[in-house]
Design a binder for this molecule. Sequence first.
Ligand code: NDP
Ligand code: OXD
Length: 314
Amino acid sequence: MSLLLAMTGWHVEDWRRRFQALLPDMPIVVPGEPFDRRAVHYVASWKHAPGSLTGLPNLAAIFSLGAGVDFIFADDKLPPAPIARIVDPDLTTRMSEYVVLHCLIYLRQQRRYDRQQRETLWADDRDQPAARAVRVGIMGLGELGQDAARKLSVIGFDVAGWSRSPKAIEGLITFSGEDGLKAFLARTDILVSLLPLTPETRGIIDAGLIAGLAQDGRLGGPFLINAGRGGSQVEADILAALDAGTLKGATLDVFETEPLPPDSTLWSHPAVTVTPHNAAMSEPEAVATAVAAQIRRLEAGEPLQNVVDPARGY
Ligand code: NDP
Ligand code: OXD
């Protein structure tokens, strides 16, 4: 019985060492070297090569090494094993730090003060909205969205959330589905996307959605923070809205193409903040420990946790 590590862009030998220490009795195998495909019971994947998980007749589970699973569902030759993802307090906390940081940067107009400092400009400025006067709208009220909402509320922001299914969460204004989207956007000054990438959320942040955001807020126009998936945004529409002034600024951690191509206008746009898809990094020790615990659980006959639904795509 073995664990196959199928990943691109990460150092597989580091992960092999980590997993071997946690699962000393289990052979840890990697693509590109000979191994018995019938012995593979588990796969740990980060952007595995599509089609590379075929011919594993005894596969019992596939583990995403991140919170998202879109890269797994992008494999049209995926074997029919259950898929589990990472839900981890370390990852959740990192994402909330990112969301709170960038909401505060917009609230406190920090990009303007950075500019003014470069210009040696002391501009006395008494127009300072309170957090309670700024409406944050979080798209995606799952593990990450709910934690970010709680922490933004503690700071005082006026927070609402939007999800696929209706939710009742104490202290939070909630909207759901197609029917709730218009009203949600209309009360949003800072839009935060923490959506998974699915057929329904692909390209959802487009010109039409941006046009629905509040233009009457205390920040003088709406801002966007996307730390979900780049496939959910239409970058040409975001740039057009920034240039038209209907969007005041955008903080993007994720992109249609990653790494963000050097010739993308997003790099140099004065109203855009780019971060390299690290809003919430999968901390290797925490993630390997969580996957090893799942394997031990299965071996003990207990159910898999954090299983995703192939029909929903998340
Ligand atoms: P969850 O599965 O816990 O939550 C997903 C949320 O999105 C749910 O509230 C769900 O609604 C909602 N949702 C899904 N589809 C739709 C839709 N069509 N319309 C409205 N709402 C929808 O995921 P997490 O919170 O753990 O993670 C969210 C995403 O964040 C990940 O999938 C990943 O893409 C991204 N991520 C990015 C990272 C980064 O570093 N940039 C790091 C980690 C994750 P409902 O509650 O009704 O099911
Ligand atoms: C994830 C990510 O899905 O880091 O965990 O993007």
